[in-house]
Design a protein around this ligand. Structure first.
Ligand SMILES: Nc1ncnc2c1ncn2[C@@H]1O[C@H](COP(=O)(O)OP(=O)(O)O)[C@@H](O)[C@H]1O
Ligand SMILES: [Mg+2]
Length: 356
């Protein structure tokens, strides 16, 4: 952490999770797909890191790596350090699939919620049985106490008649209720980290707003850290303390939420902002969107991944070298050759990118 170019944005708190140079490669028939390509970030204790980018940028696979649930045949390298208050950190990448340590992290220290809550529930058991199972496993073996905790959790997430809800099956809940029940289940183990992967994407805006508020309230009460994943910058603006913008498996911009929204540095981030109503646009102005699609990162060229879609790309530079992610203002990192700090960090001569 001594090199200012590689340090995370300044935070007053201690790191809970440090991801260092994470690479996740999926061997496919068409070639090697690099879903996560040298990703580094820090989730501070009790804070929210937003991970944002269009669909296909590698957000989910990166998050799954923290729980070691990335696709079965994937190859992972790098480090994912989980810090503890009273013992040395554990490198999750180095744990075996059956390691007790990994099993206590999954659903214990760290829990995950998804866009589709049916994937975290079994359809054939009642909500109550599933919630109680988590509580038995991670909190208490005492039946009466476990029941009390289950009722309290459902109350906390705003389910009106918790005793009746415990007897219901997942399909008997509305989408918003299922989302709340999934949050209750994820938080029942009192995790120190909650990974939230687009949990409100399928909900209508009113319910989405309620669920976002609920997560913020629960974070304040329980002091957990959140990795909040979304393709929606508006949601990220509401939830995150710091934001990492991901494109084609790499983080291209990383800053405190205020800095990112007030002064975005990377052309990709600017493009994302231009396509969101209310952010960076006066009402009535037409929305622009970034042209083209996220390429599938198979056999990635040695170039900026955004080059083919970038409105300000510099031919001969951006298509010839990979821009490193470094500070372009204190604590605000961008991986773009428009910034002399990035040109210098790549070892290119200053002036190489002086086209603009
Ligand atoms: N199980 C899989 N098999 C093959 N390719 C996958 C699999 N899961 C994800 N991918 C590919 O990996 C890349 C990253 O996917 P993902 O992490 O799901 O992105 P995001 O969550 O940002 O939408 C995409 O190109 C996607 O098509
Ligand atoms: Mg995803």
């Amino acid at each position: 952490m001594s090199n200012p170019h590689t340090s995370a944005p300044e935070t007053a708190t201690r790191p809970l999770v440090e991801v260092k140079n994470l690479r996740v490669v999926l061997p496919l028939i068409e070639g090697n797909l690099t879903a996560s390509d040298g990703v580094s970030f820090t989730i501070p204790e009790g804070k929210t890191l937003g991970l944002v980018g269009e669909s296909g940028c590698g957000k989910t696979i990166t998050a799954q790596s923290i729980l070691k649930i990335a696709p079965r045949n994937s190859r992972t390298s790098g480090e994912i350090l989980l810090h503890y208050p009273d013992r040395p950190p554990v490198d999750i990448v180095s744990l075996g699939p059956k390691d007790d340590e990994l099993l206590s992290i999954r659903g214990g220290e760290a829990a995950m919620i998804f866009q589709e809550p049916m994937t975290s529930f079994s359809p054939v058991h009642s909500i109550g049985n599933q919630l109680l199972e988590t509580i038995y496993l991670h909190r208490t073996r005492d039946k009466a106490k476990a029941h009390e905790i289950a009722v309290a959790m459902l109350q906390k997430v705003g389910i009106a008649d918790p005793a009746a809800a415990l007897r219901k099956y997942p399909h008997e809940f509305s989408g918003g209720m299922r989302q709340r029940a999934m949050i209750a289940m994820a938080l029942a183990s009192q995790p120190r980290l909650l990974i939230a992967d687009e949990p409100t994407t399928a909900l209508d805006v009113t319910v989405q707003a309620q669920v976002l508020r609920l997560m913020r309230d629960l974070q304040r009460d329980q002091g957990m850290a959140i990795l909040y994943i979304s393709h929606d910058l508006g949601v990220i603006a509401r939830m995150a303390d710091e934001v990492a913008v991901m494109y084609m498996g790499s983080i291209v911009e990383y800053a405190a939420v205020r800095d990112l929204f007030h002064a975005p540095k990377h052309p990709y981030t600017k493009g994302l902002m231009a396509s969101v109503p209310r952010i960076g646009k006066k009402s009535g102005e037409p929305l622009e969107s970034i042209k083209g699609n996220v390429p599938v990162p198979i056999n990635k060229p040695v170039a900026c991944g955004f080059f083919p879609r970038c409105p300000v790309a510099i031919a001969g530079v951006c298509d010839k070298a990979v821009p490193p992610l470094v500070d372009v203002t204190p604590g605000h990192r961008s991986a773009c050759f428009l910034y002399p700090e990035v040109v210098a960090a790549a070892g290119l001569p200053q002036g190489a990118a002086n086209v603009h």
